[in-house]
Design a protein around this ligand. Structure first.
Ligand code: GCO
Length: 450
């Protein structure tokens, strides 16, 4: 058996993608609310005003997870719900929502994993420069302290940031995500200030939460050159520096990857690198597929190419390469020497409800089988992987793709908000049950004990 009895099997979501209630109970705009108001930015001009209405349906959603046998759940807290202006006065109604959610999770014996930042920066802070303003490291630390003091009696697992490489690169470097900025200096400032915010928040969480288990969630994908040309090979190294290393390197080793050093250097003050490289307890990994990189004219000099023709692709065109997942886990293990939690993995499909009312998402089942098998291979080869969280529990608001891409193991009917577990949810549930049964025939360890 490669999977230990304490292994966590969970699901991940994020606040902006599922909660809705965008203007209820004192929540103020995030950069995404504002970004989506300009027409044409998102498929069908979808908004997240209602999303999955999880704000009102959280109890049923927690019950669903319990029924599936999940023992962990990663969610994010919406900064603009807790601190509508990003700092200053806290919003009690917003704080109370996460009390209810956390209490429901604990009652269902599901371990809460709380992520502080999944991209929904309060607009009031963007107006002050957002991640380009160095002061944001302190604002983020104050927000972390509010969260730590309110929930730290019940929550022990804290992530600082979800995929910092994606929201800095897409939001400040390429202009594809909120706040829609495409500027070289903006990108490099944002990278450094997010790293500083991470280190400051780690200190706050350690100080304020007894027994805290802290990490950050990084997207890591192998960056393969799209051709044999020297240009593409060099571009792949540059993209890898931004995508894979811009955050884990400073956070673990107190240095930027050499490709970024010169661009970030102007923003580094004395003491910053030590402040960033605070010890953490685990490495959070989000992984879907590799990149095939071409030389390009954007600020990285690298663009995302199509995969070679022989590489299988998902319904939305993402390459399906489970070996790349196995290799990524082993690479993280050898570089960072930390317990690894896979905090996102999954796939989108064009799911439809059939005449019998069910959703037979065989493509997703195939993907999840292949990727969890690859994970087991990595564990057998020595990687210290301690949990797997599928992305995602529910069909949700998929950023620039709006509702056009369904990533859930549970189908959400957009008109009625009705939840229907897909065949993949049953498959996942059965796989978890089978692991538990073989780990623990006497049924003593059916919940995580770490
Ligand atoms: C993230 C994500 C999720 C996406 C998922 C599928 O953490 O990066 O962007 O929010 O929904 O990765 O694209």
């Amino acid at each position: 058996m490669t999977i230990r009895p304490t292994f966590l099997w969970g699901a991940s979501t994020s606040a902006f993608q599922i909660e809705g209630a965008a203007h209820l109970d004192g929540r103020a705009d995030s950069i995404w609310d504002v970004y989506l108001r300009a027409p044409g930015r998102v498929s069908h001009n979808d908004t997240a005003e209602t999303a999955c209405d999880h704000y009102h349906r959280y109890a049923a959603d927690v019950a669903l997870m319990r029924d599936l046998g999940l023992n962990a759940y990663r969610f994010s807290v919406a900064w603009p719900r807790l601190l509508p202006q990003g700092r200053g006065a806290a919003n009690e109604a917003g704080l109370a929502f996460y009390d209810r959610l956390i209490d429901a999770l604990l009652a269902a014996e599901i371990e809460p994993w709380l992520c502080l930042y999944h991209w929904d920066l309060p607009q009031a802070l963007e107006a002050l420069g957002g991640w380009q303003n160095r002061d944001i490291a302190g604002w983020f630390a104050d927000y972390a302290a509010l969260v730590a003091r309110r929930y730290g009696d019940r929550v022990k697992r804290f992530a600082t940031f979800n995929e910092p490489c994606v929201f800095t690169l897409f939001g400040y470097g390429l202009g594809w995500h909120a706040p829609g900025i495409a500027d070289r200096a903006a990108l490099h400032k944002a990278i450094h200030h997010v790293n500083l915010g991470h280190g400051r928040a780690v200190d706050v969480l350690r100080r304020d939460v007894a027994g805290a288990s802290i990490g950050a969630i990084h997207n890591r994908q192998p960056c393969y050159p799209a051709s044999d040309s020297a240009e593409d090979a060099a571009a792949a190294l540059r993209l890898a520096a931004y995508w894979n290393d811009a955050f884990p390197f400073p956070q673990a080793f107190a240095c930027y990857p050499p490709e970024l050093q010169e661009a970030v250097a102007p923003y580094i003050a004395a003491g910053d690198m030590a402040q960033i490289a605070r010890p953490v307890d685990w490495f959070g990994l989000n992984h879907y597929s590799p990149h095939y990189v071409k030389a390009g004219s954007n600020l990285m000099g690298a663009s995302f190419g199509p995969p070679p023709a022989e590489v299988p692709r998902s319904a939305i065109g993402w390459p399906v390469v489970p070996e790349a997942f196995r290799d990524t886990l082993l690479d993280i293990h050898s570089r960072f020497r930390l317990p690894i939690y896979v905090l996102e993995n999954g796939t989108a499909a064009n799911d439809i409800v059939d005449a019998s009312g069910s959703i037979q998402d065989d493509g997703r089942i195939g993907y999840l089988k292949a990727y969890t098998t690859a994970m087991e291979q990595a564990i057998a080869a020595g990687a210290d992987v301690r949990g797997y969280f599928v992305w995602s529990l529910l069909d949700n608001f998929e950023w620039g793709a709006g509702y056009s891409q369904r990533f859930g193991i549970v189908y959400v009917d957009r008109a009625t908000q009705r939840r229907i577990p897909k065949a993949s949810a049953r498959w996942y549930s059965n796989m978890i049950a089978a692991h538990r049964a073989s780990d623990d025939p006497a049924g003593r360890h059916n919940r995580a004990e770490e």
